[in-house]
Each structure stands twice: as C-alpha cells, then as structure tokens.
Design a protein around this ligand. Structure first.
Ligand code: ATP
Length: 333
C-alpha cells in the first residue's frame, strides 16, 4: 500500500519549493500519496486559521509531515508556529546535517557536522514575564528527561552512522546549574558509549572554532537556543541556508523541514533554492525506509550542482527554481 504523508505548503517561498520538491519526489518514483494543506499567514487571511483543523488531523493520522516554511503573523496568539508544532507533537530532536558539497565553493572544505538540537525547552519554553515596565524576565528551563533523550539520540546516531565524536555545546561556566546539568548528563550518558569520543565546548568558543577549524566537529549535541544559532553558522560554512535540511523527530511523529524561513524578500520571483527542502524530503524518505530513492535524488542533486548551469542566485548562479528542478528530474530519468 502506498504510504501517505502530510504536506504543509506555508508562506513566502513555501508554495514554490513545495511544488518543485513534490514533482521531484514523483519523478523519483517515491511512491507516496500526499495530503496537502495551505497553512500560515496567507491561509489565516483567507480562512481565519493559521493551521486548519484538517491539517492537524492529517498529521495525527499519517505521523509524517513535510513542512515548508511558515510565517507566523505578529499578534495572532502564537509566538511561533514552528515552536508550537515542535511542542505540540513533542518533536524533541532537531537534527541538522551540514555537509560540504564539492560543487559549492566556500572558504571551508570537508565540513560534515550533524547538529542534534534539543527542541522543546531552554529559553524557547516561553516562560517570560514583565517584572515592571523596565524589567523583563525570561526563564531558561533544562530538565533531566529532555536532556537525556536528545543526548542519547546523538550517541545512538553516532554509533549507527559510524561517527567518532560527540561534542556537547553549552555555557556551563556561566549558567552553572542549567547548562551544568546538561553537560553533566552528557558525560553520564557518554559512559554507555565507550566507542564514541565525548568532549564538550563552550558555545562562544564553538562559534570561533567552527569558523577556524570546522573539520574537527563531527556530531554536536546542544540546547535549543545554541542549536539554533550554531546551525545557521554551519549553513554558512557549506554555502548558505538554501542547503541546510532538518528533521524534527519525536517518539510518535516526524516532521521534515528546511532550516531557512519563508524568505519573503524573494517570494514569488521563481528564484528560491529548493535544495534544503529537497534534502529534508530525502531525510523523510530515509525515515520511511526508502533509502534507495533518497540516494538517487541526492545523486541527481549532486550532478546538477556539479554541472553548475542552473544554480539559483543564492549559490551564485542565474538559474530559476523551475530550471533547477527540471535539471534534477532530467538526471533522475
Ligand atoms: P525565520 O525567522 O523564519 O527563520 P529569517 O528572517 O531567518 O526567517 P529566512 O527566511 O531564512 O530569514 O531568509 C534569510 C535570508 O536567506 C533571506 O535573504 C532569504 O532570501 C535567504 N534565503 C533563505 N532561504 C532561501 C532559499 N531557499 N533560497 C534562496 N534564498 C534563501
């Protein structure tokens, strides 16, 4: 029986890159059925709900969501729709692989870093209050349960993927209790994985080291906010946000999305780079047990990037989303 997945089209460049990616999935014979929903700001303006009930119901049934970027309108009750989705479905593990591609020239070569970002707590817990009109407090929450599961997932991944090192990124020299707890749990769990080297780095030093010597990093596990920042940094190492995919995994649900936002500055111009979203779809195919299809798509993308004829402007080319997509489909054929 064909597997059904849920697709959210989103805002900005979301619809354009979704159409391109679904066309490529079909061309690669991924053999999927889609339940497709418009979500986000445009959907809110049209029908009064940011995410229609049917879209939630679909995800709760299929348990697999391919989600393009969504703009969260200011003042519509949500801090961020992305954060809401991650919390509602307890998608606690945000996995972001940043790999150099031989065809994309940057000052950094042979980068291959996989970031495991805790997705449900830290300063993103949303516990904020005004103490008086000139004083705001935001509470950082770190718990043993949430730290243990993301750290264990990072080590399990390292073992399964034949990785050598897991680095814990923190700021425990200043936040001795919260980040100290995260780091202590990291070293406790590391004892269960003697075959993997475990080390830790303070987040500011990590930022500097990622630029000076990114090849030293293998798997990184970190808290929510640091993970957000260093993954954008890692995208800069490999050629930009257009190339950084991600998965958001929980016990029961899985959501796949590009790390970038809805890029309103280029929306509708037909020049969005769909690669990050396509590689997110490949992570979804791996998750669904369709590794062979994912590998074929990745090879086709590599070939098109190597040809260099229709690279989108963010990669230094003059190509369009459509030409790039067509070139990938041609390689698949
Ligand atoms: P968010 O707050 O939703 O993460 P953001 O403000 O960080 O969004 P993005 O939407 O991620 O911003 O865009 C940042 C910059 O990167 C913009 O100039 C945008 O045009 C560019 N960009 C992001 N994604 C892509 C893409 N897929 N193709 C081309 N350019 C992109």
């Amino acid at each position: 029986m064909k597997q059904t997945i849920t697709v959210f089209k989103g805002d900005g460049i979301g619809p354009e890159i979704t159409d391109a990616v679904l066309e490529i999935l079909d061309a690669a014979k991924a053999d999927l059925d889609y339940e497709i929903f418009n979500v986000g700001e445009a959907e809110y303006e049209a029908h009064g709900a940011l995410i229609p009930d049917d879209a939630f119901t679909s995800f709760e049934k299929t348990r697999v969501l391919l989600k393009s970027p969504i703009t969260t309108p200011v003042g519509k009750g949500f801090r961020s729709l992305n954060v809401m989705m991650r919390k509602k479905y307890d998608l606690y593990a945000n996995i972001r692989p940043a790999r150099s591609n031989a065809a994309i020239k940057t000052p950094f070569e042979n980068v291959d870093i996989v970031i495991f970002r805790e997705n449900t707590e830290d300063l993103y817990a949303g516990v904020e209050e005004m103490i008086d009109k000139d004083t705001a407090h935001s509470i950082k929450i770190i718990t043993r349960a949430c730290s243990e599961r993301i750290i264990r997932d990072a080590f399990e991944y390292a073992v399964k993927q034949g990785r050598k090192t897991v680095t814990c990124v923190h700021k425990a020299n200043i936040m001795k209790l919260s980040d100290g707890l995260f780091r202590d749990i990291f070293y406790e769990i590391s004892k269960e994985y003697p075959q993997i080297e475990a080390n830790d780095k303070i987040v500011d030093n990590t930022a500097m080291q990622m630029v000076m010597n990114p090849q030293q990093f293998d798997v990184i596990v970190t808290e929510n906010l640091y993970g957000d920042i260093i993954s954008d940094l890692s995208s800069g190492l490999i050629g930009g946000l257009g190339l950084l995919p991600s998965s958001n995994l929980g016990k029961d649900f899985a959501m796949f999305e590009a790390v970038h936002g809805s890029a309103p500055d280029i929306a509708g111009k037909g020049i969005a780079n769909p690669t990050a979203f396509l590689w997110s779809a490949c992570m979804m195919l791996d998750h669904l047990g369709k590794q062979e299809v994912a590998a074929r798509i990745r090879r086709a993308v590599d070939a098109v990037l190597a040809d260099g004829n229709c690279l989108t402007p963010d990669l230094g080319g003059h190509g369009t989303t459509a030409a790039y997509k067509d070139a990938i489909i041609a390689k698949l054929a």
